[in-house]
Design a binder for this molecule. Structure first.
Ligand SMILES: Cc1cc2nc3c(=O)[nH]c(=O)nc-3n(C[C@H](O)[C@H](O)[C@H](O)COP(=O)(O)OP(=O)(O)OC[C@H]3O[C@@H](n4cnc5c(N)ncnc54)[C@H](O)[C@@H]3O)c2cc1C
Length: 458
């Protein structure tokens, strides 16, 4: 079977490249291959009652399927070049922002109307943060919320399903380059195309590595972010979250001069498990619907680890630390900040007596047995720094879940068109190592679609 364009991966990168291609060139024959299920069949079996921890499904419904890793996410589309990826290094800052705004318009048109766009512009917190050695990064953020994000995906699928041939539950095994185009090989069949857009996200990182080796496409990698998810009563951060929703704050530690940052803030949200290649880490989300909101706010505190020669396996390092927490706690570990400071493990009794009720059923334990000292010291220092702009952050009952790891895909060598050394193979989204967020991944999808349309004279 021959297609003009084959897209691999139905996350935001794949969806937005399909959307833009069908809009600009409706005559193109496009196929989209996705390892996971269609949206309506995506369901994680963990219900907190009968099934409390990961059972290792063949394809993880949290990470795979229509909507990609973002389908059940909080749907925070950050419009900024300050974080979320380095797309601007390839396509320029102005164009990157324009594309993120375009993605926002589509999300609003497909179900996100009525959701709020928050902004740090002119915020009084910037000064307050600076006075306490904290740095608030600039961004606008559209918060769709897990519920509306799902509706937007449903509507996008309704638009795309008659214009694109979808192959769900069909992982692509390999991609081959031929004289007349490319061959996309699945378990039971192969398909040919003139152009191939690869958008396999974080869950496809190992596969991407394999394909790059087979096609001799150069890659590089040296970063992983490791830390904890903090959960505290929503009131403590409400002055920040009510105005900004999400605040990305960076702190440089006095002890080691390491950078620690807040990441993925979920006001009145819930802490959740995340499964990456069978390793259970922690994440968080929140709902726009007030009925589904909780009493707590959660956010990650992460320390970036960059490695130099000869070590190359930064993700392996992160995985080993996450494995340690899985070994000790059978999954994610939770500890009260007061227990951590006193050098004692948390117990079910201490957690039950705490004034903060955990939203994730994690194992009480001791994070100092899991996290390297340097990382833990940085996190503790930042909690005390945050306590100055949000008093109560460093309370004894503040809960720390570990570990949270942000794995970065190795960076695939692409040019300013996001094209590899092969004329028709583009690599976009988180799978390229260039983006790490919904808005950047989506923008990269629109960008390559326009490149391809441009080559075809549009
Ligand atoms: C719980 C959670 C919450 C998050 N919250 C936010 C947030 O609020 N804001 C934000 O900006 N980011 C958030 N993120 C990150 C965000 O989801 C990702 O940055 C984004 O989804 C990346 O999009 P992508 O299209 O590049 O990749 P993905 O969304 O990862 O999609 C890739 C798709 O490719 C498929 N695939 C992989 N390999 C193959 C193969 N060989 N063959 C066929 N298909 C394959 C996968 O099944 C997957 O569906 C969150 C992530 C998680 C897990």
């Amino acid at each position: 079977m021959k297609y003009d364009v084959i897209i691999i991966g139905a996350g935001p990168g794949g969806i937005f490249s399909a959307y833009e291609l069908t809009r600009l060139q409706p005559q193109l024959k496009i196929a989209l291959f996705e390892a996971g299920h269609e949206l309506s069949r995506r369901k994680c079996p963990i219900d907190g009652q009968k099934i409390k921890s990961c059972v290792g499904c063949d394809t993880c419904s949290i990470m795979s399927g229509f909507g990609g890793a973002g389908a059940f996410s909080d749907g925070k589309y950050n419009i900024t070049n300050d974080f979320g990826g380095t797309l601007f290094e390839y396509i320029g800052k102005t164009q990157a922002l324009e594309l993120m705004r375009y993605v926002d318009e589509i999300n609003v048109a497909y179900g996100g109307e009525g959701t709020r766009l928050y902004s740090t512009a002119g915020s009084r917190f910037k000064k307050q943060c600076m006075q306490n050695d904290l740095h608030l990064l600039d961004a606008s953020v559209r918060h769709l919320g897990t519920d509306i994000n799902y509706i937007v995906l449903e509507n996008l699928y309704a638009y795309l399903k008659d214009r694109v041939t979808f192959f769900f539950d069909t992982p692509v095994v390999s991609v081959e380059a031929g004289d007349q185009g490319y061959r996309v090989i699945c378990d039971t069949a192969f398909y040919e195309c003139d152009r191939c857009i690869i958008s396999v996200g974080r869950s496809g990182s190992k596969w991407m590595e394999k394909v790059c080796t087979e096609l001799a496409i150069p890659t590089s990698s040296n970063r992983v972010d490791i830390g904890v998810r903090v959960e505290l009563p929503a009131e403590i951060f409400s002055h920040l979250t009510d105005e900004l929703y999400e605040s990305k704050i960076v702190y440089r530690t006095q002890k080691y001069e390491d950078k620690v940052r807040t990441f993925c803030m979920n006001p009145r949200g819930a802490v959740v498990n995340e499964n990456t290649n069978g390793i259970i880490t922690v994440n968080g989300h929140s709902y726009e619907d007030p009925e589904k909101q909780t009493q707590n706010t959660n956010f990650a505190l992460l320390v970036s680890k960059h490695f130099s020669e000869p070590f190359k396996d930064s993700n392996g390092y992160g995985e080993s630390i996450a494995r340690l927490s899985n070994m000790l706690g059978g999954g994610v570990i939770v500890q009260r900040f007061g227990d951590l400071i006193r050098g004692q493990r948390s117990t079910h009794k201490r957690i039950a007596e705490s004034f903060v009720t955990p939203t994730l059923n994690a194992t009480p334990g001791d994070l100092s047995l899991v996290l390297p000292k340097r990382i833990l010291d940085g996190i503790i220092e930042m909690l005390y720094a945050l306590d100055k702009v949000a008093p109560g952050t460093a309370n004894d009952d503040t809960l720390l879940y570990g570990v949270e790891v942000k794995f970065y895909n190795m960076e695939v060598e692409v040019d300013e068109h996001l094209k590899t050394k092969y004329d028709g193979i583009y690599v976009i989204g988180d799978g390229s190592g260039i983006t790490h967020s919904l808005s950047h991944a989506s923008a990269s999808g629109v960008y390559v679609a326009r490149q391809i349309a441009g080559e075809n004279g549009v």
